[in-house]
Design a protein around this ligand. Structure first.
Ligand SMILES: Cc1ncc(COP(=O)(O)O)c(C=O)c1O
Length: 429
């Protein structure tokens, strides 16, 4: 049986496991190895539970990128045929991304990712509001991604008055608190659709309504909502919406800002007239084409995709209930179907993550951007967790490509590791 796989990629890798497939688990030097179900010898990369950090590039996105990585890739601003082809590919991707969020193509501005989109919506939006109507007040939720929080804090250095909206222990931004802080001179309010660390769904439609009542614009970071919910920018009422390709199976380094028709955030990048003068710089045609293809695939399969994510969520929950004193963080009634954060009493999340990694399981403690810092997650602290509790939280996130085998590996490995970790900690105290 070994022979069948020698020198060539195992067929196992090329397909997603069916629910009926039985993974083959062995222990090598005490460590769990899951092997190929065809040859029972080929070790398989165990489990990736960090889709909120980044998702695997889908084959559809990869194929869409390929033509733009070779010698005939033109600059979309050039007049020759290569340029025209690139322009057409970008146009198609613009339609695909717009369709995913029910926008019109002209409302999509391609960027280098959601970080740039957040910067453009918040800084460019606030600058435009100051130029338009002298507005100088900005409200931003305390649980935003650093791309949003840092953009808002930057505005603080430029003479804006920036207030952070606190959240309760359930991790949900209070609409009443937003309303209490809104002023006639509020330029912009920012709140994310789904928190990237807890998976908590935020009341963005209600916040948009409140912001509009005083004439402020509403910026929504929807990076973690796309692909896990039916995101409709018309229904949400957001003026700016930030999106990222690599969270939905597209490549890193591509994203977009939805800009409601008629609004013009002040550009952050000046130079050429690309993106209808809203974002200068030669377009990343390959990245944009990959983003478009990923968006189209998500849009086409959205209903099934959400059902699959929900089924996986149930399995993850079932595993976590086998761990004593593991508590889900965030409002139970507002959980996105692809992210869950758990405080596991008596565990140091960093040590646990290293131990999980040794077993081939990738998970995270807080957002990827802050996971090198050893600091407790600011989101969890904003929810009122104390430092030791915040340092015992792990985030599990998954996608439609998560396999039965990965779920099996998680269920097999995590409870035992937690037990061992707790025992070791007790012995060393
Ligand atoms: C909620 C949220 N906003 C913004 C970003 C930044 O996205 P990008 O990596 O495309 O810059 C991320 C990525 O982790 C995110 O989760």
């Amino acid at each position: 049986m070994k022979e069948a796989h020698r020198g060539s990629a195992c067929a196992f890798r090329a397909r997603t496991l069916r629910a009926t497939d039985l993974p083959w688990v062995v222990r090598v030097h005490g460590r769990v190895e899951v092997t190929c179900t065809s040859c029972y010898t080929h070790p398989v990369n165990l489990a990736y539970f960090d889709h909120a950090a980044t998702t695997p590039l889908t084959s559809v996105a990869r194929s869409a990128m390929e033509p733009w990585l070779g010698p005939t890739c033109g600059n979309a601003s050039s007049l020759h045929r290569h340029g025209k082809r690139a322009r057409a590919a970008i146009g198609e991707a613009r339609e695909q991304v717009a369709q995913l969020i029910r926008a019109t193509p002209s409302e999509i501005v391609f960027t280098s990712g959601a970080t740039e989109a957040d910067n453009l919506g918040i800084r460019g939006g606030a600058w435009a509001a100051r130029e338009d109507r002298g507005a100088r007040h900005v409200l931003v939720s305390a649980i935003e991604h650093p791309a949003v929080l840092s953009s808002a804090r930057w505005l603080g250095r430029e003479g804006f008055e920036v207030e952070e909206i606190p959240v309760g222990p359930d991790g949900v931004v209070s609409v009443a608190e937003v309303r209490r802080r809104l002023r006639r001179d509020t330029a912009l309010v920012a709140c994310m659709a789904v928190n990237n660390e807890t998976g908590t769904i935020q009341p963005v439609t209600e916040i948009a309504v409140a912001a509009h009542e005083v004439g402020a614009w509403f910026h929504c970071d929807a990076v973690q909502a796309v692909g896990s919910s039916q995101l409709d920018v018309q229904a949400t009422g957001a003026d700016f919406v930030a999106l990222s390709a690599h969270k939905i199976g597209g490549p890193g380094g591509a994203g977009a800002l939805y800009v409601r028709r008629g609004l013009s955030p002040v550009p952050l990048l000046v130079g050429g007239a690309q993106e209808n003068q809203r974002r200068a710089g030669t377009e990343n045609t390959a990245g944009i084409a990959g983003f478009g293809a990923a968006a189209e695939e998500v849009h086409r399969n959205l209903t099934t995709r959400i059902q699959v994510l929900e089924r996986i969520a149930q399995r993850v929950r079932a595993t976590m209930t086998t761990i004593e004193s593991a508590h889900r963080v965030g409002a139970a009634s507002r959980c996105a179907p692809h992210i869950a954060c758990y405080v596991i009493d008596g565990v140091d999340s960093e040590t646990l993550l290293y131990a999980l990694d040794l077993e081939g399981i990738a998970a995270s403690a807080g957002s990827a951007c802050s996971s090198h810092t050893m600091e407790p997650s600011p989101v969890l602290l904003a929810m009122g967790l104390d430092t030791p509790t915040a340092k015992s939280a792990i985030r599990l996130s998954w996608g439609p490509s998560t396999t039965e085998q990965e779920l099996f590996a998680l269920a097999d490995v995590l409870p035992g590791l937690v037990k061992r970790h707790r025992t070791l900690r007790k012995e060393t105290v």
